[in-house]
Each structure stands twice: as structure tokens, then as C-alpha cells.
Ligand binder design. Sequence first.
Ligand code: ADP
Length: 500
Amino acid sequence: MSAGGEGICIRNVAKRYGSTVALDGIELDIQPGEVLGIAGPNGAGKSTLIRIIAGEERPDSGTLTFDGQPWFPSIDWHQVAVVHQEPQLFPNLTVAENVLVGREGTRVVRPRLGLEDAGVMQALGIGALRDRLLGDCTLATQQRTEIARAVAREARVFLFDEPNSALTDEESDELFREMHKLAGEGRIVLLVTHRLGDLVDHAARVAVIRDGKVRTVIGKAELTEEAIAEQLVVGIGGEPVATTARSAEIGREILKVSNWSHGSEFEAVDFSAAHGEIVALMGVEGSGARELLRSFAGLERCSGTIRIDGAEGGRVFHRTAFVPATRAESLYSNFSVGENLVVRLGTPEIAGSLLALKKKRIRALAEEARQRFLVKTRTLAQGIRSLSGGNQQKVAIAQALVTAPRLVLLEEPTRGVDIQSKREIYRLLREFAAAGNAVVMFCTEVLEIFEAADRAIVVSDGRLSAPLKVSDFPHIEALAAAITRLERHIRLGGVEGEAA
Ligand code: ADP
């Protein structure tokens, strides 16, 4: 596997964004004929690497070769196809037109579907759908159209980026068959996914990326879900936040759902979160974990019973606060830091008959929140967008907590947040729980669970595992392995509470 060999060789590729090092000297060989898996925690640099191989970004330094020749994907972009979870096609064109998009034509003469194109579409099972508007097709068909378009333009490199998180099991099986076929025909196939089972079943080797470097490449013989899970967290063993305060006094239930069912994501779930506790729901996209969390905030239609802080029925959600994963959903980008801090407070808190009084009150409340939530800002009047990502996230969480909820629900609370802010966020959540409230968060990373949660419940295919008590695990590697075992156990049809 020397540089200059067959396939793509990536040597010492680095990429920075401002002061953030996204890639820190990537070394990777990708051979034709195999599916190469890529795994890495959030922020590891996977998407940046994909964008570089796809020619959408240029590296700051380092080299790429393809079959021994220097290779510049930004020039040879047509050789590369990225198959996304959300296909990037034209919904108002037909399947066939999408396959042809980008091909030379004139305003009068449209490019025509050639025999080869038709053959490609037939082989991908979308021949019969050629005249259907793409927007009316299933996601699986849209992805096939994306693949057909790339095959028709003779792309040699296929990058699959979390391609099956929204597919059914059957659609997903078919997609993998297609992936193996592309590899079998001598193309380069890369699969980036958080689904460890898929990596074990379908990749010949798995490269694990952490902090912008390929830390290890696991070969077929050693390829197990546990081996990948452990490599994902090796050496990043942060410390649990305020271990002493944790789980000392876990009291009565604040949230309790029974027989809780959603149309498509989960069924007959029983779950509770108690006074003083931080519970993590761990799952990949499509597992149902995210929807379950959102349902506790009243954002998904569910049946069954829900009880929050003793209340049942109509106003059950009024003492919960929800913090979505994307800050764009929670922050008002054209408001100041101060305005964002108080925007969720209802009228009694900030209304006053005299405008001046109201303003003063708002300022005082905002100042109090700024201090309590450790928001680093020069003034309260500056725009929210001037803050760092971590401080914006603190404002998003502050917004929710100032409303004095009993239950706070967070989606990936520290995604894309620097380490300092992350620790502060965990401390704020811990203090909030310790004051007699409950926190439930949706997590995709073991590190978040290890550092912040008391209990973790793994969700897969809408089913929940028995809870893991985080303090039972002295090392993050052991927790990662246990979570992986539980996930596989439920995925393979295990029953809740059974030993994994
Ligand atoms: P992954 O796909 O593994 O989650 P990314 O490649 O998205 O990781 O990100 C790697 C690092 O680079 C992260 O710290 C991320 O915040 C940063 N990053 C990625 N893209 C950009 C960008 N366009 N601008 C600034 N920072 C970025």
C-alpha cells in the first residue's frame, strides 16, 4: 500500500477553518473493489474529508494521488459522486431528466436518454420510474437516481455519507447490495456512518478518525462493533462532571410515560426520569431516540399516558423546556444576546405598564441570566451572532432554563461546542438537576453520556434497552463496549431487561 499504488492515496492532508483544525495530516489508502468504512465521533473531520475527496474543498496542504498520478478532485469532480442521506437533485424534474442533468445540451435540443443511460437505470431498478417526477418518488428511489446519474457519467469514486438513516430495512439492504456491486465493478466506495453494525457487515476495513487524523484502520479479521466503539473513544476519556453530586439523591419521578406510542418511530414505550437525574437516550439517526425526546416536549403526536411533575392531560407540557440541536431553531439571529436570554419568558415576567420599567426589568433579568449561565459576552446589547458557538449554545440553554421548567429536554446539547463551554454546559445541567429537576437528552456520542449522564438507555428500531448506570463504568471504553452490546442486542430482537 505505498503512495503511488492503485486507488486513492491521501498523504498528510490538513485543513483548518480559522483556528479550528478540521484535518490534521490524514493518511489513507482507498483501494478499488472494497467498501472502506469511515467512523469517527462528531467533529472528527469526516465531512471535511468527504468534501475534499469530492472536490468541494481544497486541502491547505498534503497530496492526493489516484492510480499513482497526482489528483485534484476539484478539477476531476465529475469522477466523484457523493450519495447523501438527502439526495441533492431536482424534485421538479423526472427521474430520467435528473440522470441527465448537467449533460451538454442546448436550449432547443435537450440531451436524450441514450441506450447506456437506460441500461444503467434498468440495472438500478428505476427504469420503470423514468418519467415519474422525482419529488414524488421515495427517498430510496431518489438515492438510486443519484447513483444512476453518477454511474452514467462514469464516476469512479462513490462516497456514501450516512446514506441509510432514513431508509427502511429492505431499502437499506438494497442500497448495500448496490454499494457492493459498485465496488465489485472496481470502483472506489467509501461509507461514512455511525451505524457500527453496517460497518461490520459491509466494510472490508474501517478507518477510525479522531481529531482530524486516521488513528487506526481496523482490518476485516478484527472488525467488530465493540472494536470500532472502543476506537471511537480511546484516549478521549474526559472526566465525569461533578461526580460527587451525581446520582446522590435521585428522587421521585418527574417524567413518566407508559404505553407511549408514535405512528412510525416507537411503540409501547415505558420510560421515566426522576428528580435530580440526567438521563441520556442514545441512538443513531432513525433509531427513534430523537423523536422520543421530542415527544416528551409535546412535539410529536403520540398515544399512551404521560405524566410530568404530577400533571396529566392538557397542560402537561407547560413545565418542560426543549432545546433543539440546531441553534438556528432556538436563537433569534437578529436579536441581541440580552434579548435572546429573556425571549422565552412569558409576559408577567417582562411586561410593565411603563416601557422604561419593562426595559429595566428585561436588562436585569438578562444580566442575571448572563452571570448564572456563564455567557461570555462583552455587552448584552451585541448581536447573538457575534458570540462563539459554545456561548451561543449557553444562551440557547439559558433561554430554556430561565423559564423555570421541571424537566429540560435537549438534543445533542454540546454538538459543535468547544471543550470549555462543554464542561460549563454539563455543570449547568448538573446544577439544574441537583435543584430537584430532571434532564433528558438525546445523544449520539458515548463521550457525552460518560461525562454528563447518570443513566443511559439505548434506542434502536424504536425499542429501548434496559438502563445502564454510568457510574458503574470506570472507563469510557468499557461504557462504549456495553452500549454497543446493548444496541446490537435490541437490534437483533432482544427483549428489554434481558442481559445483553
Ligand atoms: P465530522 O463530519 O466528523 O462531524 P467535520 O468535518 O464536520 O466533522 O468537522 C471537523 C471540525 O471542523 C469541527 O471542529 C468543525 O466544527 C470544524 N468545521 C467543519 N467545517 C467547518 C466550516 N465550514 N467552518 C468552520 N469550522 C468547520
